[in-house]
Design a protein. Structure first.
Length: 192
């Protein structure tokens, strides 16, 4: 999408400005705060995406909601996106800024799913293994997914490493039955 390329350029420019000013970490914290508030407020999301509401009104609302809690650089960025007609893409711009930040700092976001909550030792083992494998600092998110039965499922960007028991049973089923496991069979296995 053309808007994605444009919004990414804006996010990269903000990152460079923040780096030059030495406030990159503060700007990231600001942006994560902005994303959380927008995510929690349906009214704010609707207002930002409305073509009927004038830019000046949107800028006033953004300043009212965020100016006292974010740096001037972050506030200027939000106003800039609004003035360029990209206010509906603020959350996307924040995600892109976070990607640029993580890339520059060699940080890798990883989602780890398991059937039960992992102990601290296992979590540390997963983090250190991923760090050794990738050469990057790991920013993990741990989730419980009872349908996995056991094992781990690790998501890195668009790649998924599936070492779950459900995945292994599904592969075995495919070999033996010569077809993909149906949702009904998966449900029966998960119920065991």
């Amino acid at each position: 999408m053309a808007h994605s390329r444009i919004v990414k350029r804006y996010s990269v420019a903000l990152f460079r400005n923040a780096e030059q000013s030495g406030v990159t970490d503060a700007v990231l914290a600001d942006l994560l705060y902005v994303r959380r508030i927008i995510g929690e407020s349906k009214d704010l999301r609707v207002m930002l995406s409305s073509p009927v509401i004038r830019k000046a009104v949107k800028t006033d609302v953004l300043r009212e909601v965020f100016a006292s809690n974010v740096s001037p650089l972050t506030m200027d960025f939000l106003a800039f996106l609004n003035n360029k007609g990209r206010e509906a893409y603020i959350q996307e711009a924040i995600s892109m800024f976070e990607e640029v930040y993580n890339e520059a700092r060699a940080i890798l976001k990883v989602v780890v799913e398991s059937a039960t909550a992992l102990t601290d030792d296992v979590r540390e083992n997963v983090i250190s293994s991923m760090a050794s494998l990738t050469g990057k600092r790991i920013n993990p998110t741990f989730k419980v997914n009872k349908s996995l039965i056991g094992g781990l499922k690790i998501q890195v960007h668009d790649m998924c490493y599936d070492g779950s028991i459900l995945s292994q049973l599904s592969a075995l089923y495919s070999q033996l039955a010569g077809s993909e496991m149906t949702t009904e069979v998966r449900a029966k296995i998960a119920a065991v």
